[in-house]
Design a protein around this ligand. Structure first.
Ligand code: SF4
Ligand code: SF4
Length: 312
């Protein structure tokens, strides 16, 4: 289903991420229910019955709290083949059968190669520059681990091709701290975790014609957004007061007007400014980052098939 979304050009949700943390139910004898993946399509509720016609799955609660519940007693009555059928019915992998979880590695599931041969979905005109000038690229790392920037450098000698057509302005790669001219492309790693991240991202939007979010942290918050499941106050207390590595008697949570203020949540970039393109992966491979950048600069068509995404 995700793959179909990618094939249709849907690369990011236009709704804010809810980051709801639903219970993963390991109690059933044979199954695991991963409610965080469930899209409430109702297939399991309608189609999975015991040999004596009883329901195994049902919807419980209402509104945004609606979730699928497993009747443990009825679930025990399913044969192994029926349990596996239930797992295969679910379009998003929310129903898992213990010991029978996908045998194939990620990227080789039944639908993962759909779209591999589809036509590219990037259609844009070459960006304007004077004939004797180079394209100008800026990059920044917001709330990320810097892994995406490390990946940028993985192109090794191909970097020589890049600097034939482009030069870098504000970027950790050049250590240029402020924009000195308008840029054709801004590459954003990481989401927004504090007030400084928001300011930098807005500055990039103002100074770059095209903004590209690269890596999962920029696209959906990534690892830093795991703190969204815990209230900010508890996160700070765990980090500075109660954590296993804090000194006995520690009683100060740092806070000063000169220190960027933490936001209540970590936000994906597109929830703060308009993002023009997304490059998925954690980190995306250097080859694809630069292919996408070059295709945008030169107006060439390019797409990344789902099986080529890189998650280390
Ligand atoms: S089939 Fe899967 S996605 Fe659909 S309601 Fe059941 S658990 Fe949720
Ligand atoms: S997407 Fe992965 S590699 Fe990139 S900043 Fe986030 S955690 Fe690091």
């Amino acid at each position: 289903m995700q793959n179909l979304g990618y094939d249709m050009g849907i690369t990011v949700t236009r709704y804010p991420h809810v980051f709801s943390d639903k219970r993963v139910d390991f109690t059933p004898k044979r199954m695991i229910m991963e409610s965080n993946r469930c899209i409430l399509c109702k297939r399991c509720v309608e189609e999975v019955k015991t040999p004596d016609g009883k329901d195994v799955f049902s919807f419980v609660q209402r509104g945004v709290k609606t979730r699928v519940n497993i009747d443990y007693e009825q679930e025990e009555k399913l044969s192994e083949a029926e349990a596996i059928r239930a797992m295969n019915l679910c379009p998003v992998g929310a129903i898992l059968v213990k010991g029978m979880i996908q045998k194939l590695p990620f990227c080789e599931y039944k639908y993962d190669l759909l779209g591999k041969d589809l036509k590219p979905i990037v259609h844009n005109k070459a960006l304007h520059k004077e004939p004797d000038e180079k394209f100008i690229v800026a990059t920044t790392s917001l709330a990320g681990c810097f892994g995406c920037h490390m990946s940028l450098l993985d192109i090794d000698t191909d970097l020589l091709d890049i600097i034939e057509i482009a030069e870098f302005n504000k970027s950790p790669l050049t250590d240029i701290k402020n924009f000195s001219k308008r840029c054709h492309i801004g590459l954003i790693e990481g989401g927004c975790s504090n007030s400084e991240n928001v300011e930098v991202l807005q500055e990039f939007r103002k100074n770059c014609d095209i903004l590209v979010a690269f890596g999962e942290c920029a696209i959906m918050g990534g690892i830093p957004a795991m703190r969204n499941f815990v209230p900010l106050k508890e996160c700070l207390e765990e980090a500075y007061l109660n954590g296993v590595t804090t000194e006995i008697g520690a009683h100060v949570v740092p806070g000063h007007e000169d220190i960027p203020q933490l936001l209540n949540n970590v936000y994906p970039c597109n929830e703060v400014v308009k993002i023009d393109y997304y490059i998925p992966g954690c980190p995306p491979s250097a080859e694809y980052i630069w292919k996408v950048v070059k295709s945008i600069l030169l107006g060439e068509e390019f797409s990344i098939a789902h099986d080529e995404f890189k998650y280390d």
